[in-house]
Design a protein around this ligand. Structure first.
Ligand SMILES: Nc1ncnc2c1ncn2[C@@H]1O[C@H](COP(=O)(O)OP(=O)(O)OP(=O)(O)O)[C@@H](O)[C@H]1O
Ligand SMILES: [Mg+2]
Length: 353
């Protein structure tokens, strides 16, 4: 009887050990077959595990990085500041990334920087805590986004040029015809002649509106004179087309030779201005541009109704495209509801990419 009891205890122990082993195997299999890179670090940032997908993504074998500080996988400035992030989180409990997730850059073994989607979660064990990072290589997605933006830029320019060279010329012809008609009618009926003159005037107005639209779509000033001049023109044209106050405020000369980045910033400002008018019903808009500590800061403020408080779903493309554009130039965007009313959309981008 005693012997039986002993045996069953041994059996129970063996069974639970095998269950633990089984669970560990299953967990390892899940980690190793996951398509996402999964990396765990301790509270000091030392890598404890590095799954197979992480090896493929970063080009390191697990043995090469386990025991090293996770900052070997990071790009500047996170590489230098990561220990500080961990310390800060331990002291304040305020998380900047844990449970949030964001797009950032990582570093491969050969030093190449590449874009990733990173989310981090905290796991509390009985005696300590660890952090798990989930990493997805988004190089391909970013390449596609860039291509789409380039296609859209080309199309906008093409439509702008077609409007300018096609529709504007066509309207100019109609204006001429209306003027000739007005002259002919002048001899017969004053009323008819006045109407023809009115038509000519309306057509002239349409030509200048179309020209302004064409210049917005195909901003030649941006190419020839740079971002500052293009934003000055954007403000002027906005006043003319939409009959609102629109000012460009740039306290000091900003020299910026990166044409692709200038185009992104110009299109972002254009969309923010258009949103201020369309959604904010703004009467006064200010576009601020300044350079500060190696960064370009672009802010579009309006005196409109303010950004919706419970903004969650919108079928609009504007803010999404802005986000994507600012990502292309390695910057960030924040939207603020101003206490005095109105909205401020703020973009910060490094001057040198
Ligand atoms: N300056 C602003 N003032 C008030 N609300 C704004 C402002 N900018 C954006 N919004 C809000 O953000 C939403 C999304 O804007 P977004 O530019 O993405 O889309 P859209 O303008 O509706 O469409 P699209 O840009 O594709 O023409 C708007 O519907 C509006 O509610
Ligand atoms: Mg919009």
């Amino acid at each position: 009887m005693k012997e039986n009891k002993k045996e069953s205890r041994a059996n129970i122990l063996a069974r639970s050990e095998s269950a633990v082993r089984d669970r560990e195997e299953r967990l390892r299999a899940i980690l190793e077959t996951a398509v996402e890179g999964i990396i765990t670090i301790d509270e000091c940032g030392i890598i404890e595990s590095f799954n197979r997908a992480s090896e493929t993504i970063f080009g390191y074998s697990a043995n090469e990085v386990i025991g090293k500080n996770v900052n070997v996988l990071m790009s500047t400035p996170h590489r230098e500041q990561h220990d500080g992030y961990l310390e800060n989180y331990q002291h304040t409990g305020r998380a900047k990334i844990i449970g949030i997730g964001r797009e950032t850059f990582a570093r491969k073994k050969d030093g190449t920087l590449f874009p990733i989607d990173l989310s981090v979660s905290e796991v509390k064990l009985s005696d300590r805590r660890i952090f798990t990072g989930f990493v997805r290589d988004i190089t391909e997605r970013k390449r596609l986004e860039k291509e789409i933006l380039e296609i859209s830029e080309r199309e906008q320019r093409r439509i702008g040029q077609d409007l300018h060279d096609g529709l504007c010329q066509h309207l100019a012809g109609i204006e001429m015809l209306a003027q000739v008609l007005a002259q002919k009618l002048a001899k017969k009926t004053k009323d008819g002649s006045d109407r023809a003159t009115e038509i000519a005037k309306a057509v002239r107005e349409s030509i200048s509106q179309t020209r302004l639209l064409a210049r917005g779509l195909s901003p030649v000033t941006l190419e020839s004179e740079g971002l500052m001049s293009a934003l000055t023109e954007l403000a002027l044209n906005t006043e003319k087309i939409f009959r609102v106050r629109c000012m460009f405020n740039c306290p000091e000369v900003v020299k910026f030779n990166d044409h692709a980045a200038s185009t992104h910033l110009f299109r972002i400002a254009q969309e923010a201005v258009s949103n201020a008018i369309k959604h904010g019903k703004a009467k006064k808009i200010t576009i601020h541009l300044r350079e500060d500590a190696g960064h370009l800061r672009l802010r579009v403020s309006d005196d409109g109704i303010g950004f919706p408080r419970n903004f969650s779903t919108s079928t609009g493309m504007g803010l999404r495209i802005m986000q994507s554009r600012i990502g292309m130039v390695g910057g960030s965007v924040t939207i603020e509801r101003q206490p005095t009313g109105g909205t401020s959309v703020i973009f910060v981008a490094p001057k040198h990419r």
